[in-house]
Design a binder for this molecule. Sequence first.
Ligand SMILES: [Zn+2]
Length: 233
Amino acid sequence: MSRIRRGYEDRFRALLRRARARRLEQGVQWLVARARHLSASDGMSPADALAQVYEQLATSKPFQQSASQPVPVLFLCDVGLGGLARWLRAAGYDAAWQPDIADDELLRQAKQAQATVLTTDAMLMERRLLRDRIIPVFWLPPTLGIPEQLALVFREFGLTVRGPRCMSCGGELRRGAKEALRDRIPPRTYRWLDEYFVCSRCDKLFWHGTHWRRIVEELAALKPGGGRGTSAL
Ligand SMILES: [Zn+2]
């Protein structure tokens, strides 16, 4: 729990700093105390109470993210966020994820690629490169499901759903000529579908099948400006 609390403290601090609040640390402790009070009075878990206090604060006027911040060119997801990486790609954003990458290597790659790190690990946030914002980072509460993670990232960076990228690697999808791809397309699909896409990075073949349509529907259900998304991702 203390890790989750530390993660939230960091986010409270970032929000207060953004709103140019004075007496930063006092404000952070006041918000933590408010969550503790909420947890005791409403019987919700400490993590849920922190999430609720954060949500209320983040969606109130002075704390809303300015739309001017640039969209990250690449999200680097930590080991626990493979599902989020796939959905970011489906929503049109490049996201890298390796299942067993060490923290040092993650930070090295993020620095080199000028990527924005997404993490649920409050301990990772203590690393100097992240703490001093040399590498941009966004911490996600580990208690959230993928739709909620996605909605938070969308709100934080002011994202909108774009044309999909490759779900496997995040590469750009290019339209491929049906005839040239004939031997890679299952015969049944070939008969009824004319549009095909090939990943420019890993060469994987995609088409708009039922799985794709479900993804598009799920993404369309993402509420603009954050909030809870759908639950079926
Ligand atoms: Zn690919």
